[in-house]
Design a protein around this ligand. Structure first.
Ligand code: CA
Length: 221
């Protein structure tokens, strides 16, 4: 899952980025509204964390522009504690949730998890596909109840598949959702990761859709 973080306070920006990466997200950051708007306009994100008070273009305007352009990724806004009017204008501009500063990082992470699973159509924090289950709270994946030992890239891929099961996912889509923009992306490595995941799972839950990509599904071929 790939997240865009727009926050102009360098310390807070860094702190949030590190916490997001620690739990397995790929993160792109911006420190002003112009750069942030551009990234959201051009890259596919699974969620956006948007500060409202930003240089160049303020957060509400950034959000309004995206929504006008039909960008429908979930957006969590960071608001000042006592500014109830910020929350109202944020929701009216198209925000999905908010956290008031100062906040506990655990709360921000929990809200982001909820936004991502909700936008993929899942209500529970455990997502299952047949014998496969992900606990998004602890970033653990289980097969028939046994925890799978996964590298961070393998985890990112299976997490994306489980959120979007039964859908055909192209290699390009996977690359765009598991790597941040600074990463040296190579879509050939995706095939290697998929091969390793299949081996670790010992059964073919990840089907190849020839000419299209992959699909995580329990139905028989
Ligand atoms: Ca700010």
């Amino acid at each position: 899952m790939r997240i865009l973080l727009i926050e102009d306070d360098p310390n807070l920006n860094n702190q949030i980025k590190t916490s997001l990466e620690d739990v397995g997200y790929s993160v792109d950051t911006a420190v002003d509204g112009e750069e942030g708007h551009f990234l959201g306009d051009t890259e596919p994100y699974d969620a956006v964390v948007l500060d409202l008070g930003l240089p160049k273009i303020d957060g509400i305007t950034v959000l309004e522009k995206w929504r006008k352009d039909k960008k429908n990724f979930p957006v969590l806004i960071l608001t000042a504690r006592d500014q109830w009017s910020d929350k109202v204008s944020g929701f009216d501009a198209g925000a999905d949730d908010y956290v008031a500063k100062p906040f506990q990082m655990e709360e921000l992470l929990a809200r982001i998890r909820a936004l991502i699973r909700r936008s993929a159509g899942h209500a529970s924090s455990d997502i299952e596909c047949g014998p496969l289950k992900i606990d998004t709270k602890s970033n653990k994946v289980f097969l028939n109840g046994t925890k799978l030992k996964l590298t961070s890239h393998e985890y990112k891929i299976i997490e994306y598949f489980l959120h979007h099961q039964d859908k055909v996912i192209t290699r390009t889509e996977l690359v765009e959702h598991i790597y941040d923009q600074d990463f040296d992306r190579d879509s050939n490595t995706i095939e290697v990761f998929i091969g390793r995941l299949r081996k670790k799972m010992g059964l073919n839950l990840i089907k190849t859709e020839r000419g299209y990509g992959y699909r995580l599904s329990i139905e028989r071929e």
